[in-house]
Design a protein around this ligand. Structure first.
Ligand code: MEV
Length: 334
């Protein structure tokens, strides 16, 4: 019998909480290599997991807590609360309630949930989707929900909708699958074929920017000037389709050029900013094969493709140009 089912039996009330097994779920961050923003308008995008940063949810049963006594700790955002006291719109509350609805349960056994993450918040690396996924996964194991990855992905997408308005679904999809993906909203997620290992350096401007705000601003501009925006989205689609082929072929030089072109298109969409452009240029001047902003833009992170031997030079150039932190990530040949 699953541990979570045993919780309702009174004999477990005598087990000291310290001895209770913990359920742990973790998930990576993500970086969009091609197609951000255009993907919201049904164009394709390519994204990869970033495994050096992760979010984690730990659930420990509390058999003396009484039904529905759920305590939540998320020290990174200074949150210490019970589920009852938490704003119903808080992403953690939304994830738990969506999960209860999905499993058709009205009561929860008492437990404590601790959520932590090394993914920088509001920086384009998928922190919100990753957090939603680990909460849903941990709860799924704890309650014995037997949800598939696809269902977990769908629930995380619903959390994203509540907090980001009109997300494409790429963040939750790449993070749930933990694989490089080729993604079009509403279509089956495709695993990406990667011809040669690809090494990237991600540089953080330190400027926080909310995806929901930037997506909403792009939408406003698109409504004012649909023709011009459609032309840019189509340009990004071409770049992304070409990138898919080039990634499979393993031509890193050509891939770098495509990243540069995608960054130019994002500048035309007005989602870059001075700090991102400075980091993108610094990486290229230090020998990166290509660089672009990644995620919603107007702050957050940029990503550069490098050869192994240029890593220290590009890292130093990014730090000298104002990056507050650097993450290196390797996409393996698949
Ligand atoms: C955010 O990581 C990427 C955007 O394209 C928004 C989305 O796809 O939901 C800006």
């Amino acid at each position: 019998m699953r541990y979570s089912n045993l919780l309702f039996k009174s004999n477990l009330k005598h087990i000291p909480i310290k001895l209770m097994p913990a359920i742990i779920a973790t998930a990576p961050g993500k970086a969009i290599l091609f197609g951000e923003h255009a993907v919201v308008y049904k164009r394709p995008a390519i994204a990869v997991p970033v495994t050096k940063v992760r979010s984690k949810a730990i659930i420990v049963a509390n058999p003396i807590g009484g039904k529905n006594k759920v305590t939540i700790e998320a020290p990174d955002i200074n949150l210490f609360s019970t589920l009852e006291e938490l704003d119903l719109n808080h992403p953690i509350a939304v994830a738990i309630h969506l999960m209860m609805k999905k499993l058709n349960i009205s009561e929860l056994p008492a437990f404590s949930l601790r959520v932590t993450s090394t993914i920088p918040i509001a920086s384009g690396l998928g922190s919100s989707a990753s957090t939603a996924i680990v909460i849903i996964r941990a709860l799924n194991d704890f309650i014995g929900g037997n949800l598939s990855n696809k269902e977990i992905n769908q629930l995380a997408f619903e959390v994203e909708i509540i907090h980001h308005g009109t997300p494409s679904g790429i963040d939750n999809s790449v993070i749930t699958s933990s694989q490089p993906v080729f993604f079009i909203t509403g279509k089956r997620i495709q695993r990406l074929k990667v011809g040669v290992p690809l090494r990237f350096i991600i540089g953080n401007t330190g400027i926080k920017s909310l995806t929901s705000d930037i997506v909403a601003e792009v939408k406003k501009e698109w409504q004012i000037n649909p023709q011009a925006y459609e032309v840019i989205f189509n340009r990004i689609r071409q770049i992304t389709l070409e990138a898919k082929k080039i990634i499979a072929k393993g031509d890193k030089k050509e891939l770098g050029q495509l990243m540069n072109k995608n960054h130019e298109a994002l500048q035309d969409l007005n989602v870059s900013c001075k700090e991102l452009d400075i980091l993108v240029n610094a990486a290229k001047q230090a020998g990166a094969l290509g660089a672009k902003l990644c995620g919603a833009g107007r702050g957050g992170n940029m990503i550069s493709l490098i050869e192994n031997n240029t890593a220290p030079i590009v890292e130093k150039a990014l730090m000298d140009a104002g990056a507050i932190s650097i993450i290196t990530t390797l996409v393996k040949r698949i």
